[in-house]
Each structure stands twice: as C-alpha cells, then as structure tokens.
Ligand binder design. Structure first.
Ligand code: ZN
Length: 352
C-alpha cells in the first residue's frame, strides 16, 4: 500500500519536473532565419530582430499586485488589491519612423495608421501605462483591461517635433506620433497618454526648440525619456570606456536639459548587447555622474512577462515591433494582438 502511494507521488513529481523544463525552454529567445523582419537590417539604423514563436500559454492563476488603491473618493475599491491573471503577458510595442505615408518601409508607420493602431488597442481593452509603472508594478488600468507600453526609438522628428501655434506657444506638431497620441487622448482619455522615447545625444525631434524645450514638453505631458546611447553604438564592439561614455552622455544630457530627470531604461541599438561589459550598460559612471538603467530593452519579438514574474528578466526585456501594413507579419504587433484575441488567457488582464 505504502509503495503504491510512493509510486504515485514519484510519478506526479516526474511529470511536474518535465513540465517545468519544457516551460523554461520555451522562454528562450532565438534569431529566426525565416523571419521576414530580419530584412530590416538594411534600413537606416535597422535593428536586429530576435523572435520567439513559442506563443506559450500558461494556466490562469490569480495573484495580487500587493498594491492598494489610493483613490480617496472611491470607497468601494479602498483596501482592495488589484488582481491580474498571473499567466498573462504584456506587449511593449516598438515604433520607429512616422510619416504621412508608409510606402514599403517596414520600420515606418503613417500617422493615420498609427491612429488606427491606437483605436484597435482601445477597442480591444488595452490601456497605456508607463514603463516605470510596469517596472514598479503600479499599473492601474480598469477591470477587464490590459496594460500596454508604447516605445519609440531613434528620436525621429516624425515621432515628435515642436511647432508654434497661433498663440505663439510651442506645441507638438499634430503631424507627429505625439500629436496623434494627444488627439487620441483628448477623445479617449481613459486610454492614457504614455510612451517612452529612446534618444541619442544629438539630432532628436526636429529643429524647432532647444533640447530642454523638447524634452521638458514630453516629460510634462507624462511621457518618459529613455537612453538609446550617444551615437547609436554597437555594444558588441565597444570598449568599457566607450560603453560608459555612450550611456553616460545621454543620461547626463537629459539630466542637465530636463531639471535632473533620471533615465531608468535603455533600448539596445540594433538589439545588440556587450558580452564583456553588459553590467556597465545597466550601471556605471561617466564624467563623475552615475547612471542606472533598471530596464534594458531588446528589439524583438514577443510580449514580456510582468515585472514581478520570475520569468521576467528586466535587463533583457523583449519588445514587439509595430510596423507598416495592417496585416499580421510573424512576431509583429498584430500577430501578437491576434494571438491574444484567440487566447485570452495570454493577456495580462486586470480581473478585479
Ligand atoms: Zn535605434
């Protein structure tokens, strides 16, 4: 009788170990040779595109964020924990260029189609949150909604540039991604106005206004600034001094131009890290000033796990490419959005 029980226990344990192993393997990133997105390398600053096609869906479990509601006016929610389904994942969307027309540029998005992206997300119950809210697990979206993070690389003027309005004030050009987001936010305030802009140390966001005016405009609106290195460096070929100079230059520039603003995340140029000096991308010092990136973003190519998940590596966090053409290309934004619609458990959704 006892041997029988022991046998059953060992069998259950063996199955459990097998499940854990399979699960862990499926989280690995790899570069897919047949991924059409790889052809992006020949375009402009084109990033290297990792992709993972596991589409893994874990069982639905409930967890508490440990966060307490602070809305004083809403007693119903007071002292109640916000609950998300633990198995769900979060899309960190990655945009590059914006213009009137997309043409064939797979790294580009037209203003009209960007608006349609936002509308699709809104109608499918996505709500924007900041990357720092993701990091600190302070994402507040309504029940039944899923957080999404928007990121923008390279500081293109199509993402944001200032113009003088009729009152002589500097405002975001309506023909820019920020202009589109502001318009959408005015129509659908519950969508949120969030996004992180990864800049190099020169040539960002057009020619109107000073660096200080451009950065402060974004920060005052609630956007975040991120580090994309001073010269869009390829870290795999960089010395230790170069790594710290590349990261520290942007950190110091933003700190000085934007009232001490501290950058907390970095998007790897080309999606490439450094073998020897990886830790210095996250943390280091340049010209007597320290910098610290709590999040390092990759270029591809799957939704991220929530920051408190043990499957989440904040220093190697995947993103999903948003690009031209509303059809689903493998591992791009609509590919994952479609997958999430078909597999609702995959969505990191607020459930109470
Ligand atoms: Zn870049």
């Amino acid at each position: 009788m006892k041997k029988g029980i022991l046998f059953v226990l060992l069998t259950v344990l063996a199955i459990y170990v097998i499940i854990i192993c399979v699960d862990a393997r499926s989280g690995d990133l790899f570069i897919s040779d047949n991924n059409p997105a790889n052809s992006g390398e020949n375009i402009n600053k084109g990033e290297v595109f990792d992709s993972s096609g596991d589409g893994e869906i874990a069982s639905r479990e409930l967890i508490s964020s440990g966060e307490e509601e602070s809305q004083e006016n809403d007693n119903r929610e007071k002292n109640e924990d916000i609950l998300y389904n633990e198995s769900g994942r979060i899309i960190i969307a990655m945009y590059h260029k914006f213009s009137e027309t997309e043409g064939n540029d797979e790294w580009g998005r037209s203003f009209d189609n960007f608006y349609e992206d936002l509308k699709y997300l809104y109608e499918h119950h996505y709500r924007t949150v900041s990357l720092n809210d993701y990091l600190n697990h302070t994402m507040k979206v309504p029940v039944g909604c899923t957080p999404i993070i928007l990121t923008f690389d390279d500081g293109y003027s199509g993402q944001f540039n200032l113009i003088l309005n009729e009152e002589g004030e500097l405002v975001a050009n309506p023909k820019s991604a920020v202009g589109v987001m502001e318009k959408f936010y005015a129509e659908y305030p519950e969508f949120g106005l969030n996004g992180t802009f990864y800049i190099n140390s020169t040539g960002f966001f057009g020619n109107v206004g000073t660096n200080s005016q451009k950065l402060n405009y974004l920060i005052e609106k609630g956007f975040e600034i991120g580090n994309h290195t001073s010269t869009h460096v390829n870290f795999s070929k960089a010395s230790l001094d170069t790594v710290q100079k590349e990261v520290g230059t942007v950190a110091n520039l933003v700190r000085e131009a934007a009232n001490g603003y501290e950058i907390t995340s970095l998007a790897l140029p080309y999606g490439i890290s450094s073998k020897e000096y990886k830790s210095y991308i996250a943390e280091g010092e340049y010209e007597g000033q320290k910098y610290k990136n709590n999040i390092i973003l990759l270029v591809g190519a799957e939704p991220a796990y929530p920051s408190q998940s043990e499957k989440c590596n904040l220093l190697s966090l995947p993103r999903v490419r948003a690009r031209g053409g509303n059809k689903a290309v493998d591992y791009d934004l609509y590919y994952w959005l479609d997958k999430m619609e078909k597999n609702p458990n995959m969505k990191y959704e607020r459930i109470s």
